[in-house]
Write a protein that binds this ligand. Structure first.
Ligand SMILES: NC(=O)c1ccc[n+]([C@@H]2O[C@H](COP(=O)([O-])OP(=O)(O)OC[C@H]3O[C@@H](n4cnc5c(N)ncnc54)[C@H](OP(=O)(O)O)[C@@H]3O)[C@@H](O)[C@H]2O)c1
Length: 245
């Protein structure tokens, strides 16, 4: 097993859903976890929870679409550490609309959060990740793998782009000892999925969906693999139970 104790992790989207579950898991593995998101109060809440469980975390509130704030975060880390071991990109945004109606502003917003921000943050932290012999994990989506359905053209385009970025990055970084994983979840209970259900006019039953902790379990397995192995792409979807009623 890879020894993760005393390692440093950075998790975007830590204030909610999948990113939150991943941050909790990494802290329980003994890593010091940087919690990134815009909502300082929700990040503080998570830090308190991690603290009460005996873990270590740091709140760093920022807007990932703001280049200056991302650059400042890089400077902060460079002053504090020689290397980091895990970078998880979980921050994301979705707007459902058909292409005739979807605005270019909505497209730009999803592009900036889902693709441009992971690109900039990864680029900024690469020297630290390489020296930490780290692992970069992209929380993509089943929408980044399959043929895009109606009303998700903008979101799916950003997630297909994220897959291409991750693949190219892996090819460039493996020889430097860095591993790159893309996780492609299906519907997972979270604030984002609740909003999607609302827009689709469907009843939201989180218990019938995959749980954020299920996605965190995939990440846990990946970071604990021996360094001789790399998990590259994982598709994970809700288990459909056949009901007689
Ligand atoms: N839930 C699903 O069914 C599902 C399925 C497939 C893939 N995914 C992907 O999984 C990832 C996590 O989604 P989720 O379901 O956990 O969604 P969520 O609960 O809505 O969480 C989204 C996170 O992104 C952060 N974020 C959004 N814009 C940001 C910005 N400009 N700067 C900094 N942080 C920002 C939010 O933090 P703040 O609001 O505090 O900024 C929040 O922590 C996303 O990439 C999503 O595309 C989700």
């Amino acid at each position: 097993m890879t020894q993760v104790n005393n390692h440093v992790a950075v998790v975007t989207g830590a204030s909610s859903g999948i990113g939150r579950a991943i941050a909790l898991m990494l802290a329980s593995e003994g890593m010091a976890v940087y919690l990134l998101g815009r909502s300082e109060s929700r990040l503080e809440q998570l830090a308190d929870e991690i603290n009460s469980l005996g873990g270590k975390s740091y709140v760093y509130a920022l807007d990932l679409t703001n280049e200056t704030e991302v650059a400042d975060f890089r400077l902060h880390l460079e002053k504090t550490y020689d290397g980091i071991q895990v970078l998880v990109h979980s921050a994301g945004a979705i707007v459902l609309n058909d292409i005739q109606a979807a605005s270019i502003e909505e497209f730009d917003m999803q592009y900036r959060v889902n693709l441009r921000a992971p690109y900039q943050l990864t680029q900024a932290l690469l020297p630290l990740i390489i020296s930490g012999q780290g692992q970069i994990i992209f929380i993509n989506s089943s929408a980044g793998l399959m043929s895009a359905k109606a009303d998700v053209g903008q979101y799916a385009a950003t997630k297909h782009g994220l897959r291409a970025f991750a693949d190219s990055l892996r090819d460039e970084l493996n020889s430097k000892g860095v591993r790159v994983l893309s996780v492609y979840p299906g519907r997972t209970a979270s604030a984002m999925q609740e909003e999607i259900h609302k827009e689709e006019g469907r009843e939201y039953k989180p218990e019938n969906l995959m749980q954020p902790e299920d996605v965190a379990t995939v990440v846990k397995t990946a970071i604990n693999l021996p360094s001789t192995a790399e998990m590259t792409d994982v598709s994970i979807r809700p288990m459909i139970k056949l009901k007689s009623d």
